[in-house]
Write a protein that binds this ligand. Sequence first.
Ligand code: NAD
Ligand code: IPM
Ligand code: MN
Length: 356
Amino acid sequence: MSSKKRIAVIPGDGIGKDVIPQAVRVMQAAGAAVDLTLFDWGADRYLADKTTVPPDGFTMLARDFDAILAGAFGDPRVPSNIHAKEILLGMRFKMDLYANVRPVRLMDASLCPLKGVEPKDVDFVVIRENTEGVYGDLGGVFKQGTLDEIAIQEDVNTRKGVERIVRYAFEYCANQRKLDGSPRGRVLMCDKSNAMTHAGGLWQRVFKEVAAEYPKIETEHMYVDALCMQMVREPRPFDVIVTNNMFGDIITDLAAGLHGGLGMAASGNLHPGKTSMFEPVHGSAPPIAGKNIANPFGAILTAAMMLAHLGMKTAAEKIEGAVLEAVRQKKTTPDLGGTLGTREAGEWVAEKSSRR
Ligand code: NAD
Ligand code: IPM
Ligand code: MN
C-alpha cells in the first residue's frame, strides 16, 4: 500500500483555478508524498449539470482522503451562491470541521501597512468557530416583497460548539510555538456580549470555565469592535484569538491586511482525527480571475499548512522558506510590489522549494 497521503484537490471558481495549480506544483517540487485527485466541483459544473456536490460526496471525501485542498467558490453567473454554500459550507458543516485556523504572520516588514512593525510583531492566530453562529441558515422571510417584510437570521450557539472551539484555542496555545520558537501564552476571546447578551453570556461562561483548566495560560477579552481598532493600532500583543463564525470571518480579512493582504492568508478547517480541509482565506476574485495576476502565495502557504498537518514537516518548511525568500527578493505578483505573474511566482517558489 502506498504511504502517500491522499489529497482531494478542488480548485473551484475564479482565481481558485489560477492559484491551486501553483500550490500543487510547489508541493510536488518540494517532494511531498501526496497522491492527488482533482474534482471539478464549482460554478462551471453547476451551470453544466446542476450538480453542486455529487451524491455522497462528503462521505466519499471523509472516507477516501486524508485532506482536501480547496481554492475558492463564488461566481457572478450564480447570483444565489448556492453552489458555494453547498460545497464550501457543506464541507465545513457536514464534515463537522469545527475549527477554522487562520494564522496571521508577517513575513517581511514591507508587507505591513503599519509604521515600524517588524515580522516578530505580527505572529498571531485566529481560531474561528466554523459550524454554528449565523451561518446555519436558520430563519426565514415573512411577507416578502411587501412593506411589512420580515427577515430573521438566527445566531446559533450551542454549549458543545462553544466549548470545543474554546478548548481548541487553549490546546493550540499550549502546544504551538511562534515562528521565532518562543511559546504562546495568551488566549483572547472576542465577542459582542454587551449587545448580544444571550450568545455572549454563553461564550463568557464557557471561556472562564475552560480557562480554569489552563492556569498557565493568560486570558483576555475584547469586544469585536474594540478589537478591530486595536488590530490596526497595535497588533503586537495578539497571540491566540478565539471567536465565533462571523466575527472570525470579518477579523481575518482585516488581519490579512496586516501581512500582505488576502493574497497571503492561509487557513485550515479542522476536526482532529477527521479529514480536514485547507483553503486560502481569499475568495474567487472574479475581476482578476484567469489573468495570471492573482497572488498564489496564500494558496501555496495553505498547502504547506496542510502538509504540516499531515506530518510532512520537512516539505512544509521547504515551502514556507521558499515563499519567505520570494517575498524578500520581490519575486512576487503586483499586489506585493513585484512584477511576476501567478504562474511565474509559483514557478519561482517551486524551483526554490526543490533545492532547499
Ligand atoms: P475576494 O477575496 O475574492 O476579493 C477581495 C479583494 O482582494 C479583491 O480586490 C481581490 O482582487 C483581492 N484578492 C483576493 N485574493 C487575491 C489574490 N490571491 N491576489 C491578489 N488579490 C487578491 O472577496 P470578494 O470580492 O468579497 O468575493 C468574491 C467572491 O468570492 C464572492 O462570490 C464571495 O462569496 C467569494 N468568496 C469565497 C471564499 C471562499 O471560497 N473561501 C472566500 C471569500 C469570498
Ligand atoms: C471565508 C468566506 C466564506 C465565509 C464565504 C464565502 C461564505 O468569506 O471563508 O472567509 O464567510 O466563511
Ligand atoms: Mn471571509
